[in-house]
Design a protein around this ligand. Structure first.
Ligand SMILES: Cc1cc2nc3c(=O)[nH]c(=O)nc-3n(C[C@H](O)[C@H](O)[C@H](O)COP(=O)(O)OP(=O)(O)OC[C@H]3O[C@@H](n4cnc5c(N)ncnc54)[C@H](O)[C@@H]3O)c2cc1C
Length: 382
């Protein structure tokens, strides 16, 4: 079995690397964790043509390409997590429309996303419904030409930059997961508010509060009850592979920092990289990164080929790569000693950032449950 990137994919990687070094780093390096440069980044992503890989051809894109998305996320994450978010929400925040939206909705939003004029946010999680999505309490009650939304969403990343929020709510609370529907909430909409709160890494996270918030009926995506399939079947099963790629980028960046530091930091008269205890750490880190790279790109390749049973591979890729990023960034801090905890050193930020992907888009435990469920259902053959 050979996994090879096409000439086009190699070019994309080089393009993103150059873009990240020449344009993103000068913008984000000093303000990565203090200023939200999201809107500028969205514009820059559009100018670079990067959103095309999320969007179908008839709306100005080149069609969904998961391998390409992984390449971009891997490269951006080495340089700036804000840039990674700005890129990702062009896809995660719009895929519900691409997958299930009607012609009018696609024409209204997708061409503007391609140009970098707007991205969306993905509003699924609630204070009392994270892993257990079907327990969501936000409701959408039909009233004439409107739906009236009531409820709260939490951890809705990038919703302060997004121009619309793909918001999941129950149109029929008696039907469990089958009662979930998807709505486009344009920003701003009266009685839809944001509340920011600090988290471990960088910019704050955001809650969305809907209080008798009226949404036009034409903003329903798909049919009532389609929300579960759009959120989990279509969107998360695709995008969690790319979370693996983002984690891979973080791990690679931390490894590079640790490798360089080990060559120059001296202890007991020689560089610490001469000591076998440090070399073995580097060997483990390099091996795990290589294994994660194969798993992520194999899952992405299978997704692009439309191979069935991608569920198991997608979860394996996300689980393994994000856990590797946790271990590698931790060891990178260890190799830096006390300096690994100082903000001037890049590994400090990578260590905090790498803690997040093990939680969002399905925790590591939920990925294991998915893998186990697929194994029980389909056996061990494929
Ligand atoms: C940085 C960040 C960004 C995020 N961005 C978004 C976003 O843009 N949009 C969005 O909708 N959400 C977002 N989320 C929310 C994220 O998807 C949830 O936090 C995640 O799904 C877990 O839900 P929870 O936090 O409620 O934890 P819980 O579901 O309460 O889980 C708590 C613990 O219990 C475990 N657990 C739960 N159920 C089981 C089970 N059946 N078996 C074994 N263990 C279990 C979990 O794995 C976890 O360890 C984001 C979260 C973070 C941290």
């Amino acid at each position: 079995m050979i996994i090879e990137f096409s000439a086009e994919e190699e070019m994309l990687r080089q393009q993103v690397r150059r873009f990240a070094q020449e344009k993103i780093l000068p913008l984000t390096a000093k303000v990565e964790e203090t200023e939200n440069v999201g809107p500028q980044l969205v514009k820059m992503m559009g100018e670079q043509g990067l959103y095309t890989i999320f969007i179908p051809e008839q709306y100005g894109g080149v069609g969904l390409k998961v391998v390409s998305i992984c390449i971009v996320r891997e490269e951006l994450c080495k340089v700036s997590s804000q840039a990674d978010l700005a890129f990702t929400y062009g896809g995660l925040g719009t895929y519900g429309i691409t997958y299930a939206g009607n012609e009018q909705q696609k024409k209204k939003y997708l061409p503007r996303v391609v140009k970098g004029e707007m991205v969306g946010a993905f509003a699924l999680t609630e204070p009392s419904a994270g892993s257990d999505v079907a327990a969501m309490r936000t409701t959408a009650r039909r009233e004439g030409d409107y739906y009236v939304l009531n409820g709260e969403k939490i951890f809705i990343t990038f919703s302060d930059v997004a121009k619309f929020w793909l918001t999941f709510a129950k149109t029929d609370p008696t039907k469990g997961r089958k009662g979930i529907s998807l709505f486009i909430v344009d920003v701003p909409t009266p009685r839809a508010e944001m509340r920011r709160f600090p988290i471990i890494a960088g910019l704050p996270e955001i809650s969305l509060i809907f209080t008798d918030c009226k949404i036009p009926r034409e903003n329903l995506v798909g049919a009532e009850g389609d929300g579960w399939d759009i959120a989990l079947g279509a969107t998360l099963n695709t995008f969690r592979i790319t979370v693996g790629a983002a984690a891979l980028g973080m791990a690679e960046a931390a490894f590079a920092e640790a490798y360089r530091y080990a060559q120059k930091r001296e202890a007991f008269g020689q560089p610490i990289g001469y000591y076998q205890a440090i070399q073995l750490k580097l060997a483990d880190m390099a091996t795990e990164i290589e294994a994660a790279r194969w798993l992520v790109y194999r899952a992405a390749y299978l997704r692009d080929k439309g191979v069935p049973r991608n569920l198991k591979m997608a979860s394996m890729a996300k689980l393994f790569a994000t856990e590797v990023a946790g271990r590698v960034t931790d060891e990178a801090v260890q190799i830096h000693g006390g300096y690994g905890l100082c903000k001037e050193f890049k590994v400090e930020r990578l260590f905090r950032e790498a803690r997040m992907p093990r939680i969002y888009e399905g925790t590591s435990e939920i990925q294991r449950l998915t893998i186990a469920r697929e194994l029980m259902k389909r056996g061990i053959e494929d």
